[in-house]
Design a binder for this molecule. Structure first.
Ligand code: ATP
Ligand code: MG
Length: 369
């Protein structure tokens, strides 16, 4: 490709996940590109828009896909910000590929379709092997989580982790560097892992890599383990709540705050755990009434739906029986009570009694007789 003034030429290659996923026969959603032999001004002249602050990453003027200048990284000090980055136009494609995490993620494809694969990623795809590219693997602790996530994502293809790569992951864990990862980076990997068809594999790999006690110190790993088949019927937030079910409430709060979990995840996991700690199947109508109100069952039917799906799995009960409790109280309305002259706190109390009565007359396996 020619630059604007025709003095310097640069090359563009497709890299990373898009090349890997195409070789695996998967649909490619996201495409990342690397550019060699260019300086930022050249790309800007062509209408690319710079987005990366730390690294020179550009958005294509039309496709808006990400184009990064080829770079070399050198570790300096702790954490991900402790990288010195060289992105001069003399950096070769091979040098850029060498700083990548896994060989299967270090394959590039030229515009003419030719694959450039100096670290034998294609062979590792054929052998179903997740293998680090170089010893520089240990320089970014996030790679422990990335490998665990790819193990979960590609479990369906029977991928395994190379023994030497697992040893490097254990080295990273015991170095204590995982503590330097930002909560956002950890959460992003965890959330992606929860979306895979083998979410538990992510945790099993982290356990083997000795990373759990550094990353999710507060999490009480479920024993006996949760069923993966059950998890697959659930969405990401529900899967997280299932995984957190054995973690005591206070610990769970610390865990979720440390991870800066989005509220939707946080609330569901909290509600599930607090039911386990503070409530029980077979409670009185009065206790059910209080619980239903505490989880906003009437006002938030969709969130309630998701909650009872998880709780019915955990308690081996039927979701429809939980829904029946909600329906019994949701159909009541205050109009009659208002006509009878109730208002304010008295109205609230009268409604509460009505709800308890409506629950008492239900023939529900969840209720104490
Ligand atoms: P996904 O399908 O989840 O997007 P991906 O491989 O495309 O997978 P990205 O996070 O989009 O993952 O990163 C693109 C590429 O950049 C990776 O394939 C890998 O080559 C490289 N990469 C990303 N993060 C790291 C990292 N922390 N260390 C080394 N290489 C990385
Ligand atoms: Mg990607």
């Amino acid at each position: 490709m020619k630059s604007a003034n025709n003095t310097m030429t640069y090359q563009v290659y497709l890299v990373g996940g898009a090349v890997r996923d195409a070789l695996l026969g998967l649909d490619v959603v996201d495409r990342d590109w690397v550019v060699t032999g260019a300086i930022p001004e050249q790309l800007e002249q062509q209408g690319y828009q710079q987005v990366g602050k730390q690294f020179p990453v550009f958005l294509h003027p039309v496709s808006k896909e990400e184009y990064a200048l080829a770079r070399r990284e050198k570790k300096q000090g702790q954490g991900y910000t402790g990288f010195i980055c060289d992105f001069s136009p003399s950096i070769s494609l091979e040098e850029d590929l060498e700083r990548r995490d896994l060989t299967i993620n270090a394959i590039a494809q030229a515009e003419n379709g030719e694959l450039i694969d100096p670290f034998h990623g294609q062979q590792d795809i054929a052998n179903k092997c997740l293998r680090h590219v170089s010893d520089a693997f240990v320089e970014d602790p996030l790679r422990v989580l990335r490998v665990a996530r790819f193990a979960a994502r590609f479990k369906e293809f029977n991928f395994h982790i190379a023994a030497e790569t697992m040893r490097l992951m254990q080295t990273i864990s015991t170095s204590g560097e995982l503590a330097s990862l930002s909560p956002e980076r950890v959460w992003r990997e965890l959330e992606k892992a929860l979306a895979t068809s083998h979410p538990l594999t992510f945790f099993h790999v982290l356990i083997e890599a000795k990373a759990m006690s550094y990353l999710f110190t507060e999490l009480v790993w479920p024993k006996p383990p949760v069923s993966e088949t059950q998890l697959l019927a659930l969405d990401k937030a529900q899967r997280w709540a299932m995984i957190c079910q054995h973690t005591p409430l206070e610990q769970l709060n610390r865990l979720q705050n440390a991870l800066r979990c989005p509220n939707q995840y946080k609330n569901l996991a909290q509600q599930v755990r607090s039911f386990i700690e503070q409530h029980a199947i077979g409670m009185t109508a009065e206790a059910w009434q209080a619980w239903l109100m505490s989880v906003s069952a009437i006002k938030k039917p969709q969130a309630f739906d998701k909650l009872v799906q998880v709780l019915s799995l955990i308690t081996s009960t039927q979701a429809k029986d939980w829904q029946a409790l909600r329906l019994a109280i949701a159909k009541l309305n205050a109009t009659d009570l208002i006509k009878q002259g109730f208002s304010g706190a008295e109205l609230g109390e009268a409604l509460r009694k009505e709800r308890i009565k409506a629950l008492q007359v239900l023939d529900s396996p969840l209720l104490k007789n």
